[in-house]
Design a protein around this ligand. Structure first.
Ligand code: AMP
Ligand code: MG
Length: 391
């Protein structure tokens, strides 16, 4: 049995970035850019007005200008004004040739074809957004390795880009094992329980931006399960199994993975929950044999599967805790195992609720992540600083 840190090291050594793919910018939030992005055009593409007002060639000695053009936003003609002339302009309208300043309409007094302008506080060049002021054609607007946000998508659209190259998300198969499992929504017969692992895993995957997911329910029957595992490995980058990875008579997962030649990175970690965790590889593909207990599944996903997927999707520092915070309560535990406790952060303190057993889902109601209590420790006092990992 290996330590948590050793297990993480064995995975992190083998992760790599996925193949870049071009995706529509509308789908790109949450992905990482796989290349530098340069602007194909000057933005703004032409000098334009930042105000509703009058575009003039500024002459401080002249207050009255003759209006020769009305220029709306969207005007595509090239217009021109001369000395003593003004173009009525609106925000976003192109500045006519010859004009160098926009005077906002609040400083104007209109009289038919003429406008009187208060120029006492106007400087040359005011209220004009110059061509290329945001970005010049050919300049880098996003570095490779940037996390795309809705704002980033707006930036890309502003320079006319429709698709962006990102590290792709993996195709994931989820195989849940167990004769006792009944999908939520169905009647529960005696001896059966509701199946909560696949809904939790599917939603966690979607939360990470993984949308190509296939889910299968396998009975505890070796040949059936073996066939399904092989099929899934053919069709996916990552296979997540839940249950059947322990030492019971009907726990076939480890045996099957051995038989089909999966390279085992490790099986069993000094942790609670999630001690039976199995991780293996088949070339570039990953196999995670997650324990059956639903709380173990979510904890192991958070600690091992999520960083692996995020590294694949181009994220960095994926193994680091999100915070190091003081505990609100005292916690005593068995030494020799790292504990991952469902916990919530309240006013920068970690609150650990009761009911930390691996079958008990109730703490997930309030928890926003996991607190890590190191292997060797037996008791942590209130105020002790521990690692916290958000979902
Ligand atoms: P196993 O590792 O297969 O022995 O499963 C450990 C425990 O987790 C058993 O009590 C199972 O009934 C339970 N379990 C396994 N898979 C699921 C699941 N998908 N949803 C809910 N509980 C499960
Ligand atoms: Mg089982």
């Amino acid at each position: 049995m290996i330590s948590v840190n050793h297990a993480k090291k064995l995975i992190s050594e083998r992760t790599s970035q996925s193949q870049p793919v071009d995706i529509p910018i509308q789908n790109a939030t949450g992905f990482i850019t796989a290349r530098d992005v340069t602007s194909p055009i000057d933005v703004p593409p032409f000098d334009n007005s930042a105000m509703d007002g009058y575009a003039i060639k500024l002459n401080k000695d002249n207050y009255v200008y003759r209006i020769t053009h009305i220029v709306q936003a969207g005007e595509t003609r090239h217009l021109k004004i001369g000395d003593g002339e003004a173009a009525r302009v609106f925000t976003g309208a192109p500045i006519p040739d010859g004009a160098d300043t926009v005077v906002q309409q609040e400083l104007s007094e209109r009289n038919d074809d003429f406008v009187k302008l208060n120029l006492s506080e106007i400087d040359k060049g005011e209220h004009i957004r110059l061509r290329g002021a945001q970005s010049k054609s050919g300049t880098t607007i996003l570095q490779k390795g940037t996390l795309i946000s809705p704002g980033t998508v707006g930036l890309l659209a502003s320079v006319g880009i429709q698709a962006v190259s990102v590290y792709s998300s993996p195709v994931v198969s989820v195989v849940i094992t167990g004769n006792e499992l009944t999908p939520p929504g169905s009647e529960l017969d005696h001896g059966l329980i509701y199946e909560s692992n696949s809904p939790a895993l599917v939603s966690y995957l979607k939360y990470l931006g993984v949308h190509n997911i296939n889910v299968f329910h396998a009975p505890d029957e070796k040949e059936w399960l073996k066939k399904k595992i092989s099929e899934c490995l053919d069709n996916s980058d990552i296979l997540l199994l839940t249950g059947g990875v322990s030492v019971g008579d009907y726990d076939f997962v480890h045996e099957i993975l051995n038989e089909i030649g999966i390279e085992r990175l490790f099986h069993k970690v000094k942790q609670r929950p999630g001690k039976p965790l199995y991780v293996g590889k088949l070339n570039s593909k990953w196999v995670f044999g997650l324990p059956g207990n639903p709380a173990s599944v979510i904890s192991c996903f958070n600690q091992y599967v999520k960083p692996c997927i995020k590294a694949n999707m181009g994220f960095t520092r994926v193994w680091e805790p999100d915070a190091r915070l003081p505990l609100e309560n005292r916690y005593t535990k068995k030494p020799g195992l790292t504990f991952f406790l469902k916990a919530s952060t309240v006013n920068d303190k970690i609150v650990v609720p009761d009911g930390q057993q691996s079958f008990n889902m109730l703490p997930f109601g309030a928890a926003n992540g996991l607190a890590e209590i190191p292997e060797e420790i037996e008791m942590v006092e209130p105020g002790s600083i521990v690692n916290f990992y958000k979902w």
